[in-house]
Design a protein around this ligand. Structure first.
Ligand code: ZN
Length: 185
């Protein structure tokens, strides 16, 4: 992922808070040294994170974030690894963005009875067309999310996000699900 939730796209290792500048003068963050980043020789690399990360990176990120909220749960990690493998194998086009895979994984684990509320704290919905940030607006009981880059003049991107996640989920797990089940993703 990129932005606030960015991590190393190869290994899932955290990035430093402070920025460094690469040879072209672009601001980057540094991949911190942990077991995974050292093993993959990625520690110390400059990155801003990625829209699409590796399966291993997503899994390591999942486990690391989970351990910040709960006790280690190896049965959950095995289930998450299996689900991630199916999601990554199935995802096409924008479905394979980390943000969509993360929400589909969340739904899969919730359906199996796991507490996955904590997963919200580590992801931010993005425009499903251009990956820009979203600006939320509330009218009465309705919340809409507009692409800050003004994608196609569409007033709301939440429906398209739900449809993207639902399409991925349906094919990955050979089941059918209504996009409305992803009202909160
Ligand atoms: Zn957009």
């Amino acid at each position: 992922m990129i932005g606030e939730d960015a991590f190393c796209p190869k290994t899932g290792a955290p990035l430093t808070e402070e920025q460094q500048y690469d040879d072209a003068g672009r601001p980057r963050r540094v991949v911190t040294a942990d077991e995974e980043s050292l093993a993959a020789d990625a520690a110390g690399e400059l990155t801003t994170g990625a829209v699409r990360s590796s399966k291993a990176a997503l899994f390591n990120r999942f486990r690391r974030c989970h351990e910040r909220h709960h006790e280690t749960d190896d049965a959950l990690y095995r289930k998450a690894a299996l689900a991630l493998a199916r999601l990554k194998r199935t995802a096409e086009d924008t479905e394979s963005w980390d943000v969509h895979v993360w929400y589909a994984l969340r739904k899969r684990l919730a359906a199996a009875g796991h507490d996955v509320e904590w997963m919200h704290a580590h992801v931010e919905p993005r425009c499903p067309h251009c990956h820009s940030r979203l600006r939320y607006e509330a009218y009465a009981d309705t919340v809409t999310a507009r692409c800050v880059a003004g994608c196609g003049g569409r007033p709301d991107q939440l429906t398209a996000i739900r449809e993207t996640i639902a399409a991925l989920y349906t094919r990955a797990f050979d089941t059918s699900i209504d996009p409305d089940e992803f009202v909160q993703f």
